[in-house]
Design a protein around this ligand. Sequence first.
Ligand SMILES: C[S@@+](CC[C@H](N)C(=O)[O-])C[C@H]1O[C@@H](n2cnc3c(N)ncnc32)[C@H](O)[C@@H]1O
Length: 234
Amino acid sequence: MNPSTPPENWDRAYREAPEIFEAFSRAEDPEGRVVRSLLAHAPLSGRTVLELGYGTGRYTRELAPQSGCYLGVEPSPTLHSLARRACAGLTPTPFLLRARGQALPLRAASVDVMIAAWVVVNLRPAIREAVQREAARVLRPGPGHGLWLIENHWNSQFQRCRGRGGEDEARLRHLIEVDGFRMVETIATKLRFPDAAEAERVLGYLCGEALLARLRRRPTATLEHRVVLLHRPV
Ligand SMILES: C[S@@+](CC[C@H](N)C(=O)[O-])C[C@H]1O[C@@H](n2cnc3c(N)ncnc32)[C@H](O)[C@@H]1O
């Protein structure tokens, strides 16, 4: 992490307070625009889909039922257990594996669509490159096929409040200018909490003191949030 970027507590929340992350997930994109947009660009019906870094399985729950066959990899044992519970009973049953994106336990050319939501931008450069090499190995060509990334746009109220805009812009620009991703859509959405106190509780925990101080100065239950959809074909 860049030393000028304020420290945040997402990993701690996954380990110690998953209910905080669940509260964040409920607030994020309340109208479900991100999933709708992804499915409009990359229909999953009949396709073999691989989700990289499924976390608590919040996207797995929505996307697996749309697919022909759904696989996921996630290195964290805690998140793997949470996701397995959250995804019990889905059809088709998602195969949730404990593995890393840079060493996929899959055959070459065995996946149509690969999806990574809020994973790739935060990987260290060497790992990010290895993940992309693995993606190129396991993906097979076809319309809508390839690697789809969901990430934060750098210019939104949420990113500005976190003090993350500059660093995330540089990382996204690298994906576009060096790694060959195309920015397919910018999705205007929101973080909408039940009230301002809940926004403080959840974002204060996850994003730390600087953001908490802003929310205390100007209490709000809703923050503007922009999400980008990036794509790289096989
Ligand atoms: C910000 S979370 C996003 C989780 C989930 N995609 C979501 O949107 O809720 C980042 C996820 O990437 C996972 N991750 C980190 N390094 C990874 C790697 N090398 N390969 C696959 N997943 C990784 C983390 O364990 C975590 O679940």
